[in-house]
Ligand binder design. Structure first.
Ligand code: PMP
Length: 405
């Protein structure tokens, strides 16, 4: 017998299972509102034109090769990524106390953050509490668990009755958290709700975190993808930096560059001073060395080349705008069609939410009903706006109408 006969079969990862079910469905009416990726109005994946042209250049550049990158990644990439999120003129950058580490996309940045914090921050307390929003993207807790953290908690975020932010509840949970707890915050375009705090609310959140000496980890997987403007989407992160926090930012270039499978991200460290940054980066270097030795090149080269060339950067901003605009257009179309059909319920949250996802407020049995109509979404009622196109929206609206009436 195998040495592994006792190994139990793990449950499939829900979101990947949903896509597999969708693919297997022969219906020509089927709609996939589950997948976490951008789609064109033709329902197709989109390689950003700027990425295509940079890749074409890379393919014939005689100076490029397949040598190893440094352990901490491509320096020009780390610098460009850090500037993108903190802003070129960020005092933290000018004071040499902010720096990046190339990571295996956003998940890898979270993993590095968790490893680093478990070893070097957790010492403060016997077991530091790690807070995530309720609800959140489930992998945040899984990653922090795998790094060794044991005290996992949630802070209130989504008010299901109002389809709005439970701001009061969130503040209370921060105020009642043990001092020095770690809070994972979504920098913009909260996944799964699509609901972000206002600027005023962000300031209130940051001030409460300050009072409790909270350590913020900003999970920024959608910078620029949400509003179409990377500066607008980095507002909350920059506010925390401005207020003097030491913090970590987990960046992903999956969505905003459409580089999902290239696994390109950045862990941005903002520390009190330059020597602290150097010491911390040197420890992250040891973590990377033992985990995967050094990161891949392709995505880093694309992002670094694009962001460091003004013409290419402008082209990228235009591409971002294309994606964000299509998403916003679908939000407005869905909202107006549900309204004009007289579908019961207040659907205003669909247009106030931001980014790729929307918490529709549909419940599990309504989701089940939609599934019978070949419409695939998570039982929480979360939909990816990119799954909606001008050709499938009427069928979708009709089905949502039937599901709620
Ligand atoms: N954080 C959040 C909140 C996300 O939604 C995602 C993407 N699903 C990520 C991090 C990281 O994704 P990736 O590893 O593909 O960059």
């Amino acid at each position: 017998p195998s040495l592994f006969t006792d190994v139990e079969l793990a449950a499939p990862v829900v979101i990947f299972q949903l896509t597999a079910d969708y693919k297997a469905d022969p219906s020509d009416k089927k709609i996939n509102l589950g997948v976490g990726a951008y789609r064109t109005d033709e329902g197709q994946p989109w390689v950003l034109p700027v990425v295509r042209s940079v890749e074409a250049q890379m393919a014939i550049d005689p100076l490029l090769n397949h040598e190893y990158l440094p352990i901490l990644g491509m320096p020009s990439f780390c610098e460009a990524a850090t500037q993108l999120v903190l802003g070129k003129d960020s005092p933290a950058i000018l004071q040499n106390r902010a720096g990046g580490v190339q990571s295996i996309s956003g998940t890898g940045a979270l993993r590095l953050a968790a490893e680093f914090l478990f070893r070097f921050y957790n010492k403060r307390e016997k077991s530091t509490a790690v807070y995530v929003s309720s609800p959140t993207w489930g992998n945040q807790t899984a990653v922090f668990k795998n790094a060794g953290f044991t005290d996992h908690r949630t802070y209130r975020y989504w008010d299901a009755d109002q389809c709005a932010l439970d701001y009061k509840g969130m503040l209370e949970d921060i105020e009642n958290a043990p001092e020095f707890s770690i809070f994972i915050l979504h920098g913009c375009a909260h996944n799964p709700t699509g609901l972000d705090p206002s600027h005023e609310e962000w300031i209130g959140i940051a001030e409460a975190c300050k009072r409790r000496n909270i350590f913020p980890v900003l999970d920024c997987a959608y910078q620029g993808f949400a509003s179409g403007d990377p500066d607008v989407d980095a507002w909350s992160t920059r506010k925390f930096v401005e207020l003097g926090f030491e913090l970590l930012v987990c960046q992903s270039f999956a969505k905003n560059f459409g580089l999902y499978n290239e696994r390109i991200g950045n862990l941005c460290l903002v520390m009190r001073d330059s020597p602290t940054l150097s010491r911390c980066r040197s420890q992250v270097e040891l973590i990377v060395r033992a985990m995967y030795s050094n990161p891949p090149n392709h995505g880093a080269r694309i992002v670094a080349t694009t962001l460091s060339n003004p013409a290419l950067k402008q082209e990228w901003l235009d591409n971002l705008h294309t994606m964000a605009s299509r998403i916003k257009a679908m939000r407005h179309l869905l909202h107006s069609k549900l309204r004009s059909k007289g579908t019961p319920g207040n659907w205003d949250h669909i247009i106030t939410q931001i980014g790729m996802f929307s918490y529709t407020g549909l419940n599990a049995s309504q989701v089940e009903f939609l599934r019978k109509r070949h419409i695939y979404l998570l039982s929480s009622g979360r939909i990816n706006m990119c799954g909606i196109t001008t050709s499938n929206i009427d069928y979708l609206v009709e089905s949502i109408h039937d599901a709620v009436t």
